[in-house]
Design a protein. Structure first.
Length: 342
C-alpha cells in the first residue's frame, strides 16, 4: 500500500511578485546557476540571430585557444569575423559546419549556422532559448577569456572600437554579451549580469529600436534579480520522515533526502508551493543504508513536478526467524509493528 503524507514548506516572505512582460517579440530569462527558465516569450521561435551569431564564432575561437596550441596571429587579421572564421576553418563555409558541430554538442537543437557573422540567410537561424544556452556555455566554459566581453573599448591596429552593449554602462553587474540587428528581425541582445554571486542571462529579439532593446533587456534583468531568488528546497541527507519497519531489528527508520535541491523561485511560488511524501507501507527488512524507499514530491506553480529520492539512513537487519510468525500475527490482528504492541 502506498501512503502519501502531505505537508507544506514555509518560508517567511515580505515581498510580492510583480508580473513581468516585454515588448520584445521573443525573450528568455535564465538563472545561470540552476539553469531554470524564469520567463519566456516565444523562446523557441526561429529568429535571425544577426550579430549574436558571433557569440558562437568566439566560442569556437576560445575553445581552440584553451584546448590547443592555437594562437591568433597578425596574419589572421581577426577584426572581421569572416577573417577569424577563415583563419580557424580554412573557409567560412567549413567554419560554419564547425559552428554547427559545437551547437549540437551544447544542445542548441533549433539552430543552424551558414556563416560566422550573422549575415541574413534563410538557412541561418536560431532561437533566443538556444542563444541563452550558448551564452551560458561561453561563460561557464571560458571564465577567464569571457572577461573580454565587458571591455568598454578595444584598440587594434591603432583603431579603437567602443563596445556597443550599452547595458555595461547602465545596468548593475552587466558584463556581456552581444547585440544584434537586422531590418527583418529588429534589435536583439544576449545579455548577462552578475550580482552578489548570482548570474542572470537574458536574450531578447524583435524590439523596434536600440532604446527599446536597452529598456526591455534591463527590465528583465532587474525583474529577475528583484523578484526571484534561489532557494534551497532540501539539503542532501536531510531528515524527512521516520517510518515503520516490518520484521526488522528496529521498529522504524529515518528517510533522508538523496540530494540537495536548489531552485529559483518567485516570491509567490515560494509562498504557494507544497510537498508530499510517498512510500510503500510496510517497509520490510532487511534494509541497506542508501536504499531508495520513497520520494519527496514538491509541487511549484509553473514548474514541472519535482521528485527527490528518499533513502534509508542506516542498515536494518531482519528479526530472528523465530519471532517472525508472532510479529506477522500481531500485525494482522492489530495492524501495528512488533515494537508498537506492548
Amino acid at each position: 500500500m502506498v501512503k502519501i503524507f502531505s505537508f507544506f514548506l514555509f518560508f517567511i516572505i515580505s515581498l510580492k511578485l510583480y508580473a513581468i512582460d516585454t515588448k520584445a517579440e521573443q525573450a528568455v530569462v535564465i538563472d545561470f546557476d540552476t539553469n531554470e527558465v524564469l520567463f519566456e516569450k516565444n523562446s523557441n521561435a526561429k529568429v535571425i540571430p544577426a550579430s549574436m551569431t558571433k557569440i558562437m564564432t568566439v566560442y569556437v575561437a576560445f575553445d581552440r585557444i584553451k584546448n590547443t596550441n592555437f594562437a591568433i596571429s597578425n596574419e589572421c587579421r581577426v577584426t572581421p569575423s569572416i577573417a577569424l572564421a577563415e583563419c580557424l576553418g580554412g573557409t567560412e563555409e567549413d567554419f560554419a559546419k564547425l559552428m554547427n558541430v559545437y551547437a549540437e554538442r551544447l544542445g542548441m537543437t533549433n539552430t543552424n549556422f551558414v556563416n560566422s557573422s550573422g549575415w541574413p540567410d534563410d538557412n541561418h537561424y536560431s532561437t533566443v532559448y538556444d542563444l541563452g544556452i550558448l551564452s551560458n556555455a561561453i561563460i561557464r566554459d571560458f571564465p577567464d577569456l569571457y572577461t573580454y566581453f565587458k571591455m568598454e573599448e578595444f584598440t587594434y591596429n591603432d583603431i579603437t572600437q567602443p563596445n556597443r552593449n550599452k547595458l555595461l554602462y547602465q545596468v548593475q553587474g552587466a558584463d556581456g554579451l552581444k547585440t544584434g540587428f537586422t531590418k527583418e528581425s529588429g534589435w536583439g541582445i544576449a545579455a548577462t549580469a552578475l550580482r552578489n554571486d548570482r548570474r542572470i542571462t537574458v536574450v531578447i529579439n524583435g524590439t523596434n529600436s536600440s532604446r527599446s532593446r536597452l529598456n526591455e533587456s534591463s527590465n528583465l534583468i532587474n525583474w529577475a534579480f528583484n523578484q526571484t531568488s534561489q532557494q534551497t528546497l532540501v539539503e542532501k541527507d536531510q531528515f524527512i520522515k521516520e517510518v515503520d519497519v516490518w520484521l526488522g531489528s528496529e521498529s522504524s527508520i529515518n528517510l533522508i533526502s538523496a540530494q540537495k535541491l536548489v531552485s529559483t523561485l518567485s516570491f509567490d511560488q515560494i509562498q504557494l508551493m507544497n510537498s508530499s511524501i510517498t512510500y510503500t507501507k510496510p517497509i520490510s527488512a532487511p534494509i541497506k543504508k542508501g536504499d531508495e524507499l520513497g520520494k519527496l514530491i514538491i509541487n511549484i506553480d509553473g514548474k514541472p513536478k519535482i521528485e527527490v529520492p528518499l533513502i534509508a539512513e542506516k542498515d536494518v537487519s531482519e528479526i530472528n526467524p523465530l519471532f517472525k510468525i508472532f510479529a506477522a500475527a500481531k500485525y494482522l490482528i492489530f495492524g501495528r509493528s512488533l515494537d508498537e504492541i506492548k
